[in-house]
Design a protein around this ligand. Sequence first.
Ligand SMILES: *[C@@H]1O[C@H](CO)[C@@H](O)[C@H](O)[C@H]1NC(C)=O
Length: 397
Amino acid sequence: MANPTPKPIPTFILHLILCCCFCSSLVMGATYNVVSFGAKSDGKTDSTTAFLNAWAKACASTNPSSVYVPQGRFLLRSATFGGQCHNKAITFTIDGTLMAPSDYRVIGNAGNWLHFQSVNGVSIRGGVLDGQGTALWSCKNSGKGNCPIGATTLAFTNSNNIAISGLTSLNSQMFHIVLNGCQNVKMQGVKVIADGNSPNTDGIHVQMSSYVTILNSKIRTGDDCISIGPGTTNLWIENIACGPGHGISIGSLGKVSREAGVQNVTVKTVTFTGTQNGVRIKTWGRPSDGFVRNVLFQDAIMVNVENPVIIDQNYCPDNKGCPGQASGVKVSDVTYQDIHGTSATQVAVKFDCSSKYPCSRIRLEDVKLTYKNQRALSSCNHADGAALGSVQPESCF
Ligand SMILES: *[C@@H]1O[C@H](CO)[C@@H](O)[C@H](O)[C@H]1NC(C)=O
C-alpha cells in the first residue's frame, strides 16, 4: 500500500487558531508601557508620575490590563497604586530596574516606597526593585541618631488575589516586602538581597493576612528572612534558602494586650545558612490575649545556625514594661519534624516559654542537630511536649 500523502491542515483549524489569538488578545486587554507615559530609563529622571498614570489607565480598564516596564533603570519616589480598579486582573510586567532616590531622606519617612493599596487581582512579574538603602544603614549603624526610619520597598495592604513572581528586591531601606491585611497571595521565585549587617531589612513580612503562599525563594538579608506578625492564618512557606539573616520568625507577638493570633502555619523545606535563628517563635514578656497554634516546621537544614530551634517568650528589650516577664501569648501545637544540621552554639533546641501560659503540645520528631564535636543540648522552661522517633539533642520535656 502506498504511503498516504500528508493532508494539509484544514482551513477551519487555521481560522480557529487565528481567532483564538485574536480573542485572547481582546481578553488580555491593553498594555500600558510606562515609557509611553513619559518614564525615562536613564535612572535619573523622576518617573513616578508616568508610572502612576500608566497604572491609572490599567486600573480604569474594564478588561484585564497590564502595565509594562521595559529594560533600563527607572527612578521612582514613593508611589501608591490604589484600587478600586475596574477589572480584577492587572499584570505589572517589569523587565527593568526600579530605583529609589539615592538620597534616603526623600522616601525615608514615607512608610512605603511602592505601595499597592486595596487592590484585587494584581500580579507582579519579574523586575528588580533597588531600595538604595546602604547609606541609611550606615546612618543607623553609626549610632549618631537622626536617621529616618526608612521605607518598606514593596507593600500590599488590604488587597486580595495577589501574585508576585520572579521579583528581586535589593538593598531595601527597611523591610523588603510586606503583606498587611491581604487574602490569597502567592509569591514565588522571589529574591531578596541585602547585607548581613543591614538593620531591619526583613525579607518578607506577613501580618493580618490569610492564605499566603511563599515558594521557591532566596532571601539574604540583615534581619528576619520571613517574619510572621499578628493575625496571620493559613500561611504556607516552602523551599526557601535563608541566610544571612535572622531566620524565619513567628513574632515578635504580644507587644499589645489585645492582639489577633497566628494559626495554621507550615514552614517546609528550608535551608538556613549561617543565620542567627532557624525556626523561631518570639513573644514579648507582657500580658496579651494573642496565641500561636497549629504550626508545622518540617524538613529544615541548619548550617551553622546560632539558635536552630527556639521559642523565646521573654523578649523585653531594655527590660522595660514587662511586669513579671510573663507573656500572655499561648503557644500550642507546634511540631518540628525532620530538622537536621549544625548549631553554632551548644544549646541547639531552646524552649523558653511563658511562666503563666506554658507552651503545650510541642512535638519533636526526627531531629538531629549537632554542635561542633561536642554534645548539643536542649533547654526547656515551662514547655510541655513529646519527642518521637530519633531526637538529638535529647529532648528536655
Ligand atoms: C486552620 O486549619 C484547620 C484545619 O485545616 C481549619 O479547620 C481551620 O479553619 C483553620 N483556621 C483558620 C483560622 O483558618
